[in-house]
Design a protein around this ligand. Sequence first.
Ligand code: GLP
Length: 245
Amino acid sequence: MSIQLHIHSSREAAIRIVAQEIASLVRNKPEAVLGLATGSTPIPLYQELVRLHREEGLSFRHVTTFNLDEYQGLDRSHPESYWNFMHRHFFDHIDIPAANIHLPGSRVAEADMLSHCMAYEEAIRAAGGIDYQILGIGRTGHIGFNEPGSPADSVTRCIHLDAITREDAAPSFGGLDQVPTSAITMGCGTILSARTITLMAFGEGKAEIVRKALREPITDQVSASFLQNHPAASFQLDLGAASAL
Ligand code: GLP
């Protein structure tokens, strides 16, 4: 197993390291391609990158981004859409051109789904592939929205959300019945094609799924376990998330 494990004294310490990695990538390669994630975990990372932009002149003018996933059936302006999330927490506060930002659509018609997903894959390829992919981890062990059963070579597609995932999202949507039932997600294969991958997990609530992803045999029941085989993947954990290892 080549995966690197970094256990930090605090979430803030982990965030600083990841932000510095991204900053030095972008300084060395201004046209870097970043794979971005949503959820509560990366919010402080985006705050730190915004700080580096404002205070230390870190420019995203030539950076291209691809987000992992997007709910289906919401307007982009919906507060819980990932398009909205990413603009609110990150894009609105940096100098990235709108044309360099990519997220899957949030209201893709069934008839257009395959071509939409193939076009997303093609756009990643045309940009030169993802240099640095940020990940969180869901309670089902998913990366992006690759729920249990997602094959290692899966590509961008529409996926039915697991009951646990929808339950976890219910409070922010104001009730389970408000949570979309499906999403478009990069596949495990799409994610594993990134040159460098950093999974962040904080808090004891993540300890058990982090243990499964790192310490149990690779299985499509825990898509994060596929990272064990990636040549340049790391887990950045705080003490809580590492407490079951
Ligand atoms: C959602 C996102 C994932 C994220 C997960 C965990 O399912 N699609 O990308 O990793 O939530 O979210 P949190 O960071 O809030 O625990």
